[in-house]
Design a protein around this ligand. Sequence first.
Ligand code: SF4
Length: 426
Amino acid sequence: MASEKQIHVGGVPIGGGAPVAVQTMTKTETANVAATIEQIEKVAEVGADIVRVAVPRDKDAAALPEILARSPIPVIADIHFNHTLALKAIEAGAHCVRLNPGNIGGPEKVAEVVAAAKAKGTPLRIGVNSGSLPKHLLELEFEDPVEALVLAAEEAVALMERLDFTNFKVSMKSTSVPNTIASNRKLSERIPYPLHLGITEAGTKWSGSLKSAVGLGTLLADNIGDTIRISLSTFHAEEEVKVAWEILKALKLRERGPVLIACPTCGRLQFDMDTVVAEVEERLRAYEDPIEVSVLGCAVNGIGEARHADFGITGAKDMGMIYSKGEPLKKVPTEALVDELFKEIDRYYAAGKTVQRDESDAAAAREWLAANEDATAMTPERIAALEAAAAHEDQAAEEVLDSMLTVGAGPTAGGSPVAGRRFSRR
Ligand code: SF4
């Protein structure tokens, strides 16, 4: 369930129906202001809405005023164990302070921080961690780790409410993807506050991205989660931001920059697709508009499932074709495909987002496509389409059969309505 309440971290709304915010955390020593600002600028450039910085020492807290003054995006101070650092961060004007009430030194110290946050209008991110649950929940943790985590979060929320403080979001951290999903589902039913999602210590860029996509993607698809951070074992925080955006774009929750569609390739591949896709992906980074660009490894399938793409290319051995919205634009030598694709994209923008079509070029491309297309080839795309159609027919037939059985009639003289199907997912 989506959160009802909304808070603001700097100018960024979190929860209450606001777009899911992308966060990351700097990996620099916060006291090293030059390095920290350099990393913040990099993550802001690739789309971080908010950035968190670790504040484990006085000198990190002392660096906050300059970081806050120079950062292009709101900054959250990340505090553990030491409530005086939280007070200093609030005093410095941090846009939000993250703390786990369970490890800050007791309810009195939490109350002191909350009083300061209230006075300054600073939101808090309060969190619980599967690795540091309160003692009275440790037994439950063995029996039901999800319920233990959710109860710990509810207790932290109750403490905030007793202190008459509601300007906060909540995060529950677990290294387990199923527990992260289950606990956030439960908590979202029980509290109205915004939720921050993350899989803690997710891993390397490869495995961590996958874990995060599965865990966070599942929750976001259910409309749970108001801000996300992808935790990856890399110094390059911008990689976390890029992964977060890919997840949000895949779910069509937010748009940012072009969407690249590429076929998986198969034995029909007729040109060096790896290099071409990599080059197209790289060159698309220069564009901000969410255009869809498709790269198909062969023309055997025609334009196939890439029919809706704004622009696309497909190739044979020494020639290829550029198309737009399912219509051929022109054929070009394979080695010029990428350059010509981007010329067409640039012409489209120069003409106010209108596709520029030369009829004689388009006719030659259509001819090339007809000569290279094989309407009978069982390509991966056609097999998938046939399977989808068969599954659809199976379902329709089941519904007919169900309704016949309901009224007491038997199957028709033609035999089973699903007989003879070649493709079935069951
Ligand atoms: S048949 Fe499909 S998957 Fe195979 S190369 Fe052609 S477009 Fe790519």
